[in-house]
Design a protein around this ligand. Sequence first.
Ligand SMILES: *Cc1c(COP(=O)(O)O)cnc(C)c1O
Length: 232
Amino acid sequence: METITRNLGEIRYRIADAALRAKRDPQEVTLVAVSKTRTPQEIKKAAELGIKDFGENRVQELQEKVKALRNLGIKWHMVGHLQRNKVKYLTRMEDCYLIHSVDSYRLARMIDKRGRIDNRVMQVLIQVNTADDDNKFGFQPAEVIPFLEKVMNLKHLKVMGLMTMAPYVEDPEEVRFVFVRLRELKERIIERQLAGIEMKHLSMGMTNDFEVAIEEGATLVRIGTGIFGPRR
Ligand SMILES: *Cc1c(COP(=O)(O)O)cnc(C)c1O
């Protein structure tokens, strides 16, 4: 538990430092603590240290944690691949704040449908594969604007920005291009002025590469190991 305190202090310092290096306000960057595989006690500890945003990548695990950790004011982020048959659990979950991983039109339609049933507008990010590897989920960059033109009329889904994931490499400079591409795509989308589409967020950067991502404009960094230590 002391490790979490120490790690969090260091990560916050490094986030601020990277932002300042890029002449950005550190307040523009929100730390999303990725808590998959961690115990409710570990999450509670991080919440007590001021973390409000937590990310999970499996719906069932997210449901269990929501149940175990009520009344802490946590905003939950779904950061992993989402199956359409699981969407209803998220639209029912009041504290599900943002889905980072919309990667198909069928998934977007399902989120809109379940959002209508549960009478809410779901905030989402579009996952984009800017890394040139075929293993990752996400749209190709060229597919994103045509996709947004299709979803801009859905009333129960609100696009708030883009998300990407870089492959693990020893030297994060090697994946800077992954983040540059996402930022450039965001700029092209803003130029289109698509009604109802917001480009407030770029969700990019994990433990190994968050400083480079912040230098390229990340507003949400998703950090697990850097806070909680190696996953068991
Ligand atoms: C696990 C995970 C992270 C956090 O990875 P770390 O390397 O532990 O910081 C970030 N984003 C997604 C989508 C993840 O699944």
